[in-house]
Design a protein around this ligand. Sequence first.
Ligand SMILES: *[C@@H]1O[C@H](CO)[C@@H](O)[C@H](O)[C@H]1NC(C)=O
Ligand SMILES: *[C@@H]1O[C@H](CO)[C@@H](O)[C@H](O)[C@H]1NC(C)=O
Ligand SMILES: *[C@@H]1O[C@H](CO)[C@@H](O)[C@H](O)[C@H]1NC(C)=O
Ligand SMILES: *[C@@H]1O[C@H](CO)[C@@H](O)[C@H](O)[C@H]1NC(C)=O
Ligand SMILES: *[C@@H]1O[C@H](CO)[C@@H](O)[C@H](O)[C@H]1NC(C)=O
Ligand SMILES: *[C@@H]1O[C@H](CO)[C@@H](O)[C@H](O)[C@H]1NC(C)=O
Length: 450
Amino acid sequence: MIQRWHKKTQLPLLALVFFLFVLCTIFINERRFQEIHRKEIRKGDDVATRNDVKKTFSSTSTPSSLNSSHPKDRSVVLDRFSTCKSTVKYSGKKAGWDIHFDKQEERKDSCDVFSGRWVFDNTSYPLYNESDCPYMSDQLACLKHGRPDLGYQYWRWQPHGCNLKRWNATEIWDKLRGKRLMFVGDSLNRGQWISMLCLLQSVIPAEKKSITPNAPLTIFRAEEYNATIEFQWAPLLVESNSDDPVNHRLDERIMRPDSVLRHASEWKHADILIFNSYLWWRQGPVKLLWSTEENGVCEEAQGLEAMELAMDAWADWIGSNVDPLKQKVFFVTMSPTHLWSREWEAGTNGNCYSEKSPIEDEKYWGSGSDLDTMRMVENVVSWLKSKVSVINITQLSEYRKDGHPSVYRKFWEARTDEELANPMSYSDCIHWCLPGVPDVWNQLLLHFLL
Ligand SMILES: *[C@@H]1O[C@H](CO)[C@@H](O)[C@H](O)[C@H]1NC(C)=O
Ligand SMILES: *[C@@H]1O[C@H](CO)[C@@H](O)[C@H](O)[C@H]1NC(C)=O
Ligand SMILES: *[C@@H]1O[C@H](CO)[C@@H](O)[C@H](O)[C@H]1NC(C)=O
Ligand SMILES: *[C@@H]1O[C@H](CO)[C@@H](O)[C@H](O)[C@H]1NC(C)=O
Ligand SMILES: *[C@@H]1O[C@H](CO)[C@@H](O)[C@H](O)[C@H]1NC(C)=O
Ligand SMILES: *[C@@H]1O[C@H](CO)[C@@H](O)[C@H](O)[C@H]1NC(C)=O
């Protein structure tokens, strides 16, 4: 994928190295963030909770139902210590799911809420204040980390053909009464989950809300409404060696192309599921370890091929388990990055650092959003039309070069003088400041939910 993109834009080698460096930095920081964030929210946890965590781990990590379909498999569970004994090139093998094609026509909405523009609106936005949200992450709290301009908080998404509902947290809680809302995915999805907590928590009194960190599954509870808003770490959707929410900084990615069981055991119990997956497939080749493989031989596939296998496994689970009358499922499309300012302003040589306003060109599309991936996702989701709705955030977020933390977030490595002299060299142009762009993703999600 990187090759294809390289060819297209003739990136100098240096730029490519820089890009990889930035990605690495982000993922390394990601891990540190997890560690610290977990420590923070763990404070006050008792031993019982920890044992629960352990239990959940061991019960989900030995999926006994694997026996019947794969008799040879001795439930070799992938974890961060897993290795491949050897690696061969990907053969093109598919899992051979028997996915039930969905013939139902897509619901025709009169208004495409994903097509529109950003309007400056400092009267109704932001929908909450950064410092008022107890669940804010240091990775996303830009104001706290010194961002001097507040403009990024003041933009409202205005669809071309209609208006989004006026924000009313009480009304949303009424709709969520008795329900489990679960986000499943990577750090971008976690950002959207935090945004959802910040958007909704203010109307719940402190003694009626709680958060239970449960390692791979973190649960926010609103007692009065008997409702939860949860986040499950599953960056590749399928089982992989990166499923530990804390320690997933690894030299190689190994995944099981034919098993979502580890994560899906939780999906069953949710009323509303919001999935994402994208950036983790953009870091080079991925190793496939099929459940039927007895000798530890991995196949090496390109990111997009591997993502397609994972999406197929996911689609198979959705197709055979989801009753659309009981569960609502959403897939959030790729979150754009803003790593090259020359893509929106020719002749410049920066990234998202010091960007203060959205892009106005309605056709703008950056190289970070891979069209082949988009087509693949569209294809997989089209099999499941009556069961999965797409929250197509890509185009609207493409405009928001001003929405990333850049240097205004917590970094856990000390910065060298050289880096400090050149802030662009360590800017985070992947995640999003809160309040900000993910709040609008949630408004769009709720538009379909309510
Ligand atoms: C799976 O295999 C194990 C050991 O071979 C066995 O004890 C267990 O009962 C099997 N489970 C199922 C669901 O067949
Ligand atoms: C909103 O923006 C306008 C125009 O920039 C400015 O004059 C006004 O003071 C702002 N209001 C608030 C509440 O920030
Ligand atoms: C955010 O804080 C400002 C200043 O303290 C206040 O005027 C505003 O109402 C707050 N906004 C929200 C959504 O709470
Ligand atoms: C928000 O919704 C609640 C419950 O539906 C309603 O009682 C309240 O008046 C609404 N608030 C606003 C500002 O519209
Ligand atoms: C709370 O919600 C769960 C489903 O999430 C339901 O099983 C349970 O009965 C509800 N409890 C009350 C007291 O409504
Ligand atoms: C998302 O929207 C873009 C246009 O903004 C479109 O090209 C793409 O196909 C859509 N993706 C999906 C999965 O529907």
